[in-house]
Design a protein around this ligand. Structure first.
Ligand code: IMP
Ligand code: MG
Length: 187
């Protein structure tokens, strides 16, 4: 087998902007392993439902549940709030409803990134209306300085500065989700 080198390790040039390396694949994966261990421990004897928020959380959810060593289920919400911009529109629309019944279940909402907290607040309100047994939030990234809504993030991969990031599920105008590492906008 020929050795395949990842060519995307330097910077990402989108046209107007330059993104530089921020969180490497190895660092992301080892943090996800730790999160998986913690969640496995916290949910012993239970069968949690991991609900990913599309599109951004699809990679994180996939890697996270590979590190969950108890029975679990998955489902997805699809929200839209950003359009193709780097700044939130401040509006959230539900594009895909859940297929599972959350009543009486232990729910873990899985997000790629929490910025203002609006999306999480929206989802929490939606889920709470269906009386789950419990509800926690797990986000790979959190921008603590950008939080505007009163939300508690129970499992956090990394707290990061309020800068725009791409890669590992996170997009800019729908692109760059396929990058294995996370890159930050160079200012
Ligand atoms: P919030 O509703 O303001 O918390 O924004 C959360 C959503 O906005 C996330 O699920 C992402 O889809 C998107 N988002 C926030 N910050 C970034 C970023 O830096 N890069 C890419 N997407 C982001
Ligand atoms: Mg998202």
């Amino acid at each position: 087998m020929p050795e395949v080198k990842n060519k995307n390790t330097d910077q990402i040039i989108t046209g107007k902007e330059v993104f530089v390396p921020f969180l490497e694949e190895e660092k992301i994966q080892s943090r996800i392993t730790e999160l998986g261990k913690q969640i496995t421990k916290d949910y012993q004897g239970k069968t949690p439902v991991f609900i990913g928020v599309l599109n951004g959380a699809f990679l994180f959810l996939a890697d996270l549940i590979k590190n969950i060593k108890i029975d679990c289920e998955i489902d997805f919400f699809k929200l839209s709030s950003y359009g193709d911009e780097k700044i939130s529109s401040g509006k959230v629309t539900l594009l895909k409803e859940l297929n599972c019944d959350v009543t009486g279940r232990d729910i873990v909402i899985v997000e790629d990134i929490v910025d203002s907290g609006l999306s999480i607040k929206f989802i929490e309100d939606l889920i709470m209306r269906h009386n789950p047994a419990s509800m926690k939030v797990c986000s790979l990234l959190v921008k603590p300085d950008s939080l505007k809504y009163n939300v508690k993030i129970h499992y956090i991969g990394f707290n990061i500065p309020s800068k725009f990031v791409i890669g590992y599920g996170l997009d800019y105008a729908q692109k760059y989700r396929n990058l294995r590492s996370i890159y930050v906008l160079r200012e």
